[in-house]
Ligand binder design. Structure first.
Ligand code: NHR
Ligand code: GAR
Length: 215
């Protein structure tokens, strides 16, 4: 069994999808053992608790600085002895110390085709830039924001008449497909980080561009 901890900040739809995937056996030998939020009002906490998963908020505002919040978060997470920590709509930048502590076992889903549009407001920036393809990326987290080794990406078209909401919804549907798949690969020990690249062992050499259904 691989023990998985999920960090959220809000709605938690990616977390919800991961919980369902775990229950349906889609995450191989994974067990989601805890969910943490940096905001007490994060709606995802309610869902996690209802699913019987320990769910707790550490309000970042109660800590004097980033380092003390991150230290408290590490302590809370490590009580659950995770093999893998997942950022799922987690909106706090993490200190170098935090990312180093979980090096190679910390992943994020980001709503753009990295390395374009790191950071926030990705859908607005994609519309402003006029790109015809947008999407999402699962990557390992390193100190430099949204720059870690890429595991999996899915692309969606930008359509005439799109606004931030319609585009975000199209991307989110792909997030919900690729995050569980990337987690399963990790849990199956099929990922090997080689510099900026991630090798996926035993994977059919299909192009990941258009949201593959890789069994
Ligand atoms: N931390 C590190 N060190 N490296 C990464 O790659 C990280 C990270 C923390 C979060 C997720 C990321 C995303 O997917 C993530 C990747 C928050 C911000 C941000 O600017 C940027 C990127 C991401 C998450 N947060 C503001 C801050 O000052 C707060 C914004 C808010 O609370 O609304 O922390 O996009
Ligand atoms: C998702 O689109 C996720 O990729 C994005 O926020 C949304 C969270 O939705 N993450 C970031 O923007 C990180 N900065 P969810 O809470 O319903 O999973």
């Amino acid at each position: 069994m691989k023990r998985v901890v999920i960090l959220i900040s809000g709605r938690g739809s990616n977390m919800e999808r991961l919980i369902r995937a775990e229950r349906q056996g889609e995450l191989a030998q994974a067990q989601i053992v805890a969910v943490f939020a940096n905001r007490p009002e994060a709606q995802g906490l309610v869902h996690a608790a209802a699913a019987g998963i320990p769910a707790l908020a550490l309000a970042h505002g109660k800590y004097p600085d980033r380092e003390s919040f991150d230290a408290a978060l590490i302590a809370a997470i490590d009580r659950h002895q995770p093999d893998l920590v997942l950022l799922a709509g987690f909106m706090r930048i993490l200190s170098d110390g935090f990312t180093r502590h979980y090096a190679g076992r910390l992943m994020n889903i980001h709503p753009s085709l990295l390395p374009v549009f790191p950071g926030l407001h990705t859908h607005r920036r994609a519309l402003e830039a006029g790109v015809r393809l947008h999407g999402c990326t699962v990557h390992f987290v390193t100190p430099e924001l949204d720059c870690g080794p890429i595991v999996l990406q899915a692309a969606v078209p930008v359509l005439d008449g799109d606004d931030e909401d319609t585009l975000a919804a199209r991307v989110l549907a792909q997030e919900h497909r690729i995050y569980p798949l990337a987690v399963r690969w990790f849990v199956e020990d099929r990922l090997r980080i080689d510099g900026q690249r991630v090798e996926v062992r035993g994977r059919q050499q299909e192009d990941a561009l258009f949201a593959p259904r890789l069994a």
